[in-house]
Design a protein around this ligand. Sequence first.
Ligand SMILES: NC(=O)c1ccc[n+]([C@@H]2O[C@H](COP(=O)([O-])OP(=O)(O)OC[C@H]3O[C@@H](n4cnc5c(N)ncnc54)[C@H](O)[C@@H]3O)[C@@H](O)[C@H]2O)c1
Length: 268
Amino acid sequence: MKSRRVAVIGFGAIAGELVESLLAASEPEYRVAVWLRKGSASRDRVPSGVAVVESAAELAAFTPDLVVEAAGHGAVREQVPDALVLGLPVLVSSIGALHDDALKERLVEAAKSHGGRLLLASGALGALDYVRAVRPARELELTYESRKPPAAWAKELEALGHDPQAIAAPVTLFEGTARQAAADYPQNLNVAAALALAGPGFEATRVSVVCDPEAKGNTHVVRVRSEFGTMQMTIANRPSPTNPKSSWIVGRSLLAAIDQHFSPVVML
Ligand SMILES: NC(=O)c1ccc[n+]([C@@H]2O[C@H](COP(=O)([O-])OP(=O)(O)OC[C@H]3O[C@@H](n4cnc5c(N)ncnc54)[C@H](O)[C@@H]3O)[C@@H](O)[C@H]2O)c1
């Protein structure tokens, strides 16, 4: 069976877990490249057998079947447009970057003009199929609450004058629109952006962000109400062993999305 060629942008917690899973897969095998910034300290950690590319030209020479972004909002601005201009499908995990309408338009235009495809990962969340289905509802209300332990919010708590070690009661860090949430918390609120894009948009999707010392993992609560009915979903994700801001499941979710991309049978 022909091997699948996948280029992963970044080599942090999620990308590292994903690359490890791709290398372990067989039938079919994956040929993997990582796209790093020039001089990246991650280069020394890249396993042997994985190609390193540092430019769009080097990416093109690798001839990927699929590009996967797992690096952050900066990569969506810097590398994803180049990959789309090469006519490649690009699976984006840092969806929060699309709160910027101008960037979103640029990416869509690049995909349309060059035959690329912008694929948005569901990442740490589920049930986006339901949210997409109720999107046309006349009376759609969607709220999202993120509840994570203090370890996920150390820098943010310090900026507000809190000692992360001494948090004894829940602290609400943010209440507002998904657009503001995605802009203020680029590493944490990709899920809010996914809900906004699947559902009622960045202004109508209401978000609250709570730091909770009692939180059992990275907890996402989604509530949807419309003339079609109601939906409530709670997901309690274990944090990634290497980055407490990210959920461990995200690497697996990207792996499942990659498998769907190549599969003759697709679950939508
Ligand atoms: N959709 C979701 O549910 C979801 C969940 C968690 C994280 N994410 C996204 O995934 C990103 C990565 O998460 P992580 O836990 O692996 O973070 P991480 O900090 O462990 O790793 C990010 C890595 O990417 C590298 N990087 C940054 N910009 C880059 C660029 N332009 N090109 C190449 N490499 C670059 C960094 O040097 C770092 O090594 C997050 O920033 C977030 O946007 C999405």
